[in-house]
Design a protein. Structure first.
Length: 368
């Protein structure tokens, strides 16, 4: 008996679809919302009160404790109620959520960034097109760029499914296990800012779909994949469309940010760490696991591999299923890669090169 009811109530894995936008003041939109609620059983998440309260502090930070001024400001918005702003339907949760208009939402989202990032700078980084290729460490980059409201169009590419071992370094939980990484990332981004246009490549980047990225001409490509031919392909696209390619690599507790400024002209792929023969070998045939490890070691650099990481790499295929990674290092890499992207969009650098961040050096810890 319990199996029948468990099967009947089994949750379907959520998938991202572009949110539908409704203006309750338009008759057609109002009818569609009624249909979603009455027939589809959609839930309604009203936010007018919270928006009004936050908007008062945005517009009048000097009168934060003036309750009379606050009530005078928020009253018209509260009176509008459901007619305020726009409603966004999220199919994965069957929910209608109220948001302010796009400009107001952007202002509220970046309110606490102001002056650290000026209004003009926020406007400039907010109009970029950004490709996120690989959404493991890459999910941390997406998280940080999204909270800075970087980009009004993003391309999300990853062929993988969320697994339990991914949870040591991706902001997700058991409900997301089994989801496509593009779906998990897309849902999180849409709920944060539904006005960002998303293009999904759930099969990852392939020779068959790479033109999708080229067509949208991103200014930034965050490359966080393990597949060596895809790494080369991303650098070719970067050079072709004039995009900076940024790669965060976590090696134990150490983080490296590799920046290739194809927006400034030609750069040796991987900053010249691989020979022409090695690049051609990767493109012409899939390297063996042994060749792949050798190439990855060369890309990382022996000087950046700790003793523990070297031991763990020797256990791949025996006691480990892949390269060991720490969530703390993935977070640091995501933050620094996002800052690098922001500064590139603002024409302030950094230059092409490798940049290292290690807690051992910052906090004078003993290397292991």
């Amino acid at each position: 008996m319990i199996e029948y009811w468990m099967n009947h109530a089994a949750k379907k894995m959520p998938t991202w679809v572009e949110p539908e936008v409704y203006d309750i003041n338009h008759l057609g939109d109002r009818r569609e919302m009624i249909r979603r609620i009455s027939i589809g059983g959609a839930t309604v998440d009203r936010k007018a009160t919270e928006i009004a309260d936050d908007l008062f502090e945005l517009r009048h930070p000097d009168r934060k404790k003036d309750d009379i001024a606050r009530q005078r400001f928020i009253r018209p918005i509260i009176r509008e109620g459901d007619r305020y702003g726009t409603w966004h339907y999220f199919a994965w949760s069957n929910t209608l959520v109220q948001y302010p208009d796009e400009q107001t939402h952007r202002e509220l989202l970046t309110f606490r960034n102001r002056e650290l990032i000026t209004t003009d700078e926020l406007r400039k980084i907010g109009t970029a097109t950004i490709a996120h290729v690989g959404l493991s460490v890459g999910s941390h980059i997406l998280e940080e760029t999204s909270h800075m409201a970087m980009g009004n169009k993003v391309i999300l590419a990853d062929p993988d499914i969320m697994s339990i071992p991914n949870l040591n370094r991706i902001h997700a939980g058991m409900p997301e296990v089994g989801m496509r990484k593009t779906d998990a990332a897309g849902i999180r981004l849409s709920e944060l800012n539904p006005y960002v246009q998303q293009i999904h490549l759930p099969d990852g980047v392939t020779k068959q779909n790479v033109e999708v990225i080229a067509k949208h001409r991103p200014q930034l490509i965050f490359e966080e994949v393990d597949h060596l031919p895809t790494k080369i392909l991303m650098r070719k696209i970067g050079y072709r469309v004039g995009a900076a390619v940024i790669m965060a690599t976590d090696t134990g507790d150490r983080t490296m940010i590799d920046i290739e400024r194809y927006d400034k002209g030609y750069v040796e792929p991987f900053l010249g760490r691989l020979t022409t023969a090695e690049l051609e070998m990767i493109e012409s045939s899939n390297p063996t696991p042994e060749q792949t490890v050798q190439i990855i070691m060369k890309l990382i650099g022996l000087e950046n591999i700790s003793v523990r990481l070297a031991i763990s790499m020797g256990q791949i295929g025996m006691t480990l299923g892949g390269i060991a990674q720490l969530g703390t290092t993935a977070s640091v890499g995501g933050a620094y890669a996002a800052v690098a992207g922001r500064e590139i969009l603002l024409d302030r650098g950094p230059n092409s090169g490798r940049y290292r961040v290690t807690p051992q050096e910052v906090m004078h810890l003993r290397y292991i």
